[in-house]
Ligand binder design. Structure first.
Ligand code: NI
Ligand code: MN
Length: 227
């Protein structure tokens, strides 16, 4: 069974690996780019990179309906636990072996307040190694940072990088990130959802093609790729 990736708009990514279904940053309700509704999702695990509503999204509702465990930072885990939501708290640099594979939280430079103003601690990215051996890095919302080179040393098969600018890396820094991470494949995320983050992803992919050995794949919401 291959590991299958489906892009669901903005930063929402579905990963089917083995018998498990993962959902990252499930912002579907209110997301103008979402190709499907939160009610259609049926994950076993939900990964939440930080507390902002365009990432936490529908996580609470989906978790309760599907009995899915939310993997996130420790402070968001505590906020979820107080609501009776099943979650697993971690911190940057920490990894844990889940039934589908290993997740390590990576650094991300951004904010992380929760929708009710609660403290959401430091935002994170995800380094995921599936049981069938695929290594996926989702940088989530972040600036460019030099230690992406260290993440690249893990041997990244597929990277998700924000290109939207304003709130995260823009196209130029995302290209520099590709040059530090050296992923086999890279998919741009976090753009065109709102006017403030409009970008030409096809042009960015051309720049990646010219300047790196990585294959840039522009996924439209709903598109799938097999690893
Ligand atoms: Ni954010
Ligand atoms: Mn965001």
């Amino acid at each position: 069974m291959p590991t299958t990736i489906r892009f669901l708009g903005h930063s929402c990514i579905e990963i089917k690996t083995g018998e498990y279904n993962l959902l990252i940053d499930p912002f579907l309700t209110g997301n103008p780019m979402a190709p499907c509704s939160a009610e259609e999702m049926n994950p076993d695990f939900i990964l939440v990179s930080h507390g902002h509503s365009d990432h936490l999204g529908d996580a609470v509702e989906i978790s309760k309906r599907c009995d899915a465990t939310i993997i996130t930072n420790y402070e968001i885990h505590e906020w979820l636990a107080a609501k009776g939501v099943k979650s697993h708290g971690m911190q940057p640099g920490g990894g844990f072996n889940f039934p589908f594979g290993r997740v390590k939280l990576t650094l991300a430079f951004h904010g992380s307040s929760l929708p009710d103003g609660s403290y959401g601690s430091t935002p994170v990215g995800f380094l995921i190694t599936t049981k069938d051996g695929h290594t996926i890095y989702d940088a989530a919302d972040t600036s460019l940072f030099g230690d992406m080179s260290l993440i690249g040393k893990e041997g990244i098969e597929l990277a998700f990088l924000p290109i939207g600018d304003n709130y995260t890396m823009g196209p130029d820094d995302a290209l520099k990130a590709v040059q530090r991470i050296h992923p086999k494949k890279v998919v741009p995320i976090h753009y065109n959802t709102f006017d403030l983050i409009n970008q030409d992803a096809d042009l960015w992919a051309e720049h990646v093609k010219k300047a790196t050995d990585s294959e840039a794949i522009v996924m439209k919401p709903g598109d799938k790729i097999d690893l």
